[in-house]
Design a protein around this ligand. Sequence first.
Ligand code: ZN
Ligand code: ZN
Length: 418
Amino acid sequence: MTVHERNISASIDPVKLDRLAEVAIKVGLQLKPGQDLLLTAPTAALPLVRKVAEHAYRAGAGLVTPILTDEAVTLSRYRFAQSDGFDRAAGWLYEGMSKAFAANTARLAIVGDNPMLLAGEDPIKVARASKANSIAYQPALERIVNFDINWNIIAYPSPSWAKQVFPEDEEHVAVAKLADAIFAASRVDNDDAVASWQKHNARLRSRTEWLNAQRFSALHYSGPGVDLTVGLADGHEWQGGASTAKNGITCNANIPTEEVFTTPHARRVDGHVVSTKPLSYQGSLIDGIAVKFEQGRIVEAKASRGEEVLNKVLDTDEGARRLGEVALVPHSSPISKSGLLFFNTLFDENAACHIALGQCYSKCFVDGGELTPEQIAAQGGNKSLIHIDWMIGSDKIDIDGVHADGRRVPVFRKGEWA
Ligand code: ZN
Ligand code: ZN
């Protein structure tokens, strides 16, 4: 460790960092004795990687295998690599990951990369590399999104990310501020973080149980610039907080998490809606989005910034113009109260009610694990290569649940649970 690195990590509270590692193992993963753990992280996050390994072994982990990525190494590829190499990906590595998950290895991802790392690089090379990587990663990713095993994502305040969130501050101040924001959002800024997560999960579960009992056929949003009816998929199921993976272990896939979410009906969304926060997408910022839906499809899309990028995204495939997720988050959520834009979906999607363009989650259907892709599509589930969340919530939004017979029940008033 260099002197410079030591100074930077000194601005991160070691007690809270240790608690974050403990929460990842005990709540995020509920790692079982004898279970192996595969973890990925940027090199900047090594102090957290080491803490995670310690808590994993204390909890009885079989073998902890870290895989690290490095921003300087990534940039070297874009600056110096031969052009024909950009369609390559480490398929052998992802095959190994997939085999590990098939053998019940748990998965922890520590995020903390600079969200703008590739913003200045050749967009064609970025797109080629990202496509090759997506294709190679697909089999391993499927085991994760289908919850074959317990998995969890947490965040580390890397200096390059911190400087994006707090550009005016010196690096060590920015890191300290981002660290505090991550610790607060991840609910480790108190003495019994594990208990506070149990309480939080119970609260989210009472919301999903209420929504699942209501069986609304649609949600109606109203507010400034918003008159939107989002039909819900047939047999949809609300999810939030902890979920039980197919290996029987209950995990909290995202830390932090504030949302309850389900699958909208890909062909029953009508009206117009505007975004309430900027969307950071692959190094570009898209802001002031205003779209109009007809029978589930976006027929008009404008943005005050990044309109070209937005329209390119919408043209990815047929499903990119339709919704794959609808999520409810109160305006009073701790992440919303921080008032920060994190440039990272793990945080930003938990600041406000949001919708996602693109792929739906099979998990958000009753008995979703047993449905075929054709059944999911017939019930209104959307299919796409993309899944992009953007924020439509604020303290001015009212949401009604609409029953099949037209009866309406208040769900949100002025951005809060009714
Ligand atoms: Zn979401
Ligand atoms: Zn989403």
